[in-house]
Design a protein around this ligand. Structure first.
Ligand code: SP5
Ligand code: ZN
Length: 340
């Protein structure tokens, strides 16, 4: 399959993540992408392509233009105030407060985010933009009937129409789904196998019937993003019935998790979709430092093989996965299992 990488991901290099009341080294590190690049290259299944530039217009088809403006100016605004650390939101509009866009950068950070762990620093916007162009370059191949892998960093599935969080700024999968619709597709399926609920992707398509969203994830009563991902979230208006969540508890094994995977794949098989996008997180791994599922390296071969069974042109986009040495091998196993 075709695969796309851009060294510009290195521009996303924050020094801090708010975790447990401390500023720790971020889990979402540049080394992640390099491990994936090495393992996928070693597997021999990828033909690497250079990223193209589809411009900002492809992104504002999916995201609020004012939110994108905020992302492009945030770091400069933060620096102009002379603050010492990285940009971290610390105030949000609570229930019954006004949804206004403050002029002050602290207020803007709260308005345009839903979580505080994703510090913004120099190069964050540039890397997020490049990550989305990697995804779009891979999507163009899938539009031509190929399968492709976008080695996206930073990830995207927590980024909603107008807010960031969960290490995500631009929703790569959502931008690609809209791109494929704009190229003539009628109906797209997005299957999210990351450990965390893809709240951003759900948000963007919740009221739409042309993109159906399927997500398997840790129970939000117990884990991030906490306020989205419950099984009673089925879509609304024209999108009612087009959103599907499967929730699992601590210690979930592949045997348990694959029940939902197979239900999702059966719905996708029967749904008359033109193309399939996989939000490929491997933080379902047994040794992931921030998650609680128990998938093994060999299980990822079966994940890839199961996805291949629906026989749609498929776009894989990297999301989470934090057991750094292992994530390269685990991503490669999914792609190898898919191609076999
Ligand atoms: C793309 C993706 O996988 N994003 C995940 C974002 C998770 N953010 C909250 C992480 C909370 C981490 N708590 C770690 C506790 C272990 N010391
Ligand atoms: Zn995740």
């Amino acid at each position: 399959m075709k695969a796309v990488y851009d060294k510009a991901h290195w521009q996303r290099h924050p020094k801090t993540e708010l975790d447990g009341g401390q500023l720790v080294t971020p889990y979402e590190s540049p080394e992640r992408a390099e491990y994936v690049k090495s393992s996928v290259t070693e597997s021999g299944i990828a033909q690497w392509l250079d990223p193209k530039d589809f411009g900002l217009a492809a992104i504002t088809r999916t995201h609020d233009a004012a939110y994108i403006d905020f992302l492009t100016t945030c770091w400069q605004q933060w620096q102009d105030t002379g603050k010492a650390g990285e940009a971290i939101p610390a105030v949000w509009p609570g229930r019954r407060m006004q949804q206004v866009v403050p002029t002050d950068i602290d207020g803007q950070l709260g308005y345009y985010s839903f979580a505080a762990e994703s510090s913004i620093s120099d190069g964050t916007w540039e890397a997020a933009y490049a990550s989305c162009q990697v995804a779009l370059t891979a999507a163009e191949q899938v539009g031509h009937g190929e399968h492709a892998f976008g080695l996206c960093r930073p990830p995207g599935h927590h980024a909603a129409f107008d807010y960031f969080g969960g290490y995500c700024f631009i929703n790569n999968a959502a931008v690609c789904a809209q791109y494929l619709l704009d190229q003539g597709d009628q109906k797209i399926a997005i299957l999210d196998v990351d450990f965390h609920h893809g709240n951003g992707t759900q948000d963007i398509f919740y009221r739409r019937a042309d993109v159906h969203f399927f997500s398997l994830h840790g129970d939000p009563l117990l884990v991030f993003p906490h306020f989205s991902g419950y099984e009673n979230e089925i879509g609304a208006g024209p999108g009612e019935g087009a959103n599907h969540n499967w929730v699992y508890g601590p210690g979930t094994t592949f045997a348990q998790w694959q029940v939902g995977l197979n239900e999702a794949l059966q719905l996708i098989q029967a749904g008359g979709f033109d193309r399939l996008i996989i939000s490929l997180g491997v933080d379902t791994f047994e040794h992931d430092p921030i998650s609680f599922f128990k998938l093994t390296t060999d299980d990822y071969l079966s994940v890839g093989a199961a996805i291949a069974s629906v026989q749609l042109p498929t776009l894989f986009l990297l999301e989470g996965g934090y057991a750094v040495e292992a994530i390269g091998v685990n991503v490669a196993k999914v792609l190898i299992g898919f191609e076999q």
